[in-house]
Design a protein around this ligand. Structure first.
Ligand code: HEM
Length: 382
């Protein structure tokens, strides 16, 4: 029997107004707590649309992150899969004790207390970058600023020289360009990691080298550092665009900035779906039977925007053992930029009506970003 939900399209490319809801989410929720749809790489994927079921799935040991369990017919580049954990260990592909050991190595670097010590740097960086483009003419903050700022913060934290920001940003962008882009990008990421690990440099890269389990090789360490720069850029870039659009929304001039950041992320989660997971055996979720090797995703956007959801923590940063390592970092970056715009550029305003702002994506499991964010970054009233 054909599942009526198979026609739903949570992976379709996006091109719609900033405040237009995703048309796929309400029908997906209406179709049930666990819904089978067509996967971009072929075959089926089961999408969890109910937050309680999602929280259970995200801690279920029968549902693995290891791409070795992906449907054999999937083409890894088409599916956007990382190498299997046995080939290249990473936080996003390991589970259980091996994941916990690696996570423990990273954890002390990414605590709120540790990162708050860098809030001054984040603020000064935002002031410097925004002052450089401020003036009475509109500037598109989504063209460069939102993409570059998170890279500059990450390189500073990791101890990678600041003159490598262009290389790092270029590598993040190359991950989405043509069949050769990702290979080129990975070589650049390895080179950037090596720069942070050069003798005498201090920063999170060197600290991580000293903290990871002894069996992690130098190449594997490079991959772990890639696994901080790339996810940190592709998520915080779009988030900054949406947060800035909301900070500059007249209706939100008095909003508490932490609330504003949280709400913006809930309506525009940079990861609208989790990363891929796969069942290692037959699993029943909310009465739905999933076969072994079934791909599973959680609908972060759909659960966060469910009109019936109760207030409280959402799934913007995931849940369970794979909860976002960079959640505190991203929140601080977003807060720093929002605060700088409010305090240093009190007359900043959108250069177009808010309704003209469009969000776009290539489709797949990735999120959308603003196509453009034209802003007049005035320090004086005009
Ligand atoms: C607003 C910005 C961000 C959002 C919304 C976000 C969202 C997420 C989500 C939903 C997950 C869980 C995926 C899953 O369970 O399948 C995740 C994991 C992860 N994120 Fe973020 N992220 C953000 C920023 C960052 C930053 C700045 C970093 C840089 C350190 C980062 C590094 C990671 C890593 C390493 C993981 C994997 C953790 C693990 O599997 O143990 N993220 N993120």
């Amino acid at each position: 029997m054909t599942d009526p939900a198979a026609a739903l399209a949570p992976f379709a490319p996006v091109d719609r107004g900033v405040d237009e809801p995703d048309p796929a989410r309400a029908p997906l929720r209406a179709a049930g707590p666990v819904v089978r749809v067509e996967a971009p790489a072929g075959g089926s994927v089961w999408i969890v649309t109910d937050e309680a079921v999602a929280r259970a799935a995200l801690v279920d040991p029968r549902i693995t992150k290891d791409p070795a369990w992906a449907p054999p017919a999937w083409d890894p580049p088409v599916a956007g899969l990382e190498p299997p954990a046995a080939a290249v260990p990473s936080l996003t592909t390991l589970d259980g004790p091996a994941h916990a050991a690696l996570r423990q190595a990273h954890a002390p670097l990414f605590t709120a207390r540790r990162l708050r010590a860098h809030y001054g740097f984040m603020t000064e960086l935002a002031i410097g970058m925004l002052s450089a483009v401020a003036g009475e003419d509109p500037v598109d903050l989504a063209a460069d600023f939102t993409a570059r700022y998170p890279v500059a913060v990450l390189l500073e934290l990791l101890g990678i020289p600041a003159d490598r920001v262009d290389d790092a940003l270029g590598a993040c962008r190359a991950m989405f360009t043509g069949p050769e882009g990702p290979g080129r990008a990975m070589a650049t990421f390895a080179d950037l990691a090596a720069a942070g690990l050069t003798d005498g440099r201090s920063g999170f890269a060197a600290e991580l080298r000293d903290r990871v389990p002894a069996e992690i090789t130098r190449d594997q360490l490079h991959y772990l550092l890639f696994g901080l720069i790339f996810p940190g850029q592709i998520t915080t870039d779009p988030a900054l665009g949406f947060v800035l659009a909301d900070v500059l929304d007249d209706g939100r001039a008095d909003a508490d900035l932490d609330d504003l950041v949280r709400e913006t992320l809930r309506h525009h989660p940079p990861a609208p779906l989790t990363l891929w997971r796969f069942t290692v055996e037959e699993v029943e979720l909310a009465g739905v039977r999933l076969p072994p090797r079934a791909p599973v995703l959680v609908d972060i956007l759909g659960t966060g925007t469910d009109p019936h959801r109760e207030t409280g923590p959402d799934l913007t940063f995931g849940a369970g053992p794979h909860y976002c390592l960079g959640a505190q970092l991203a929140s601080l970056e977003l807060r720093a930029v929002a605060e700088v715009v409010r305090t240093e550029f009190p007359y900043a305003r959108l250069a177009v009506p808010r309704a003209a702002l469009r969000q776009v994506s290539h489709g797949g499991i990735g999120g959308s970003r603003l196509a453009a964010l034209p802003v007049v970054l005035g320090r004086r009233k005009t």
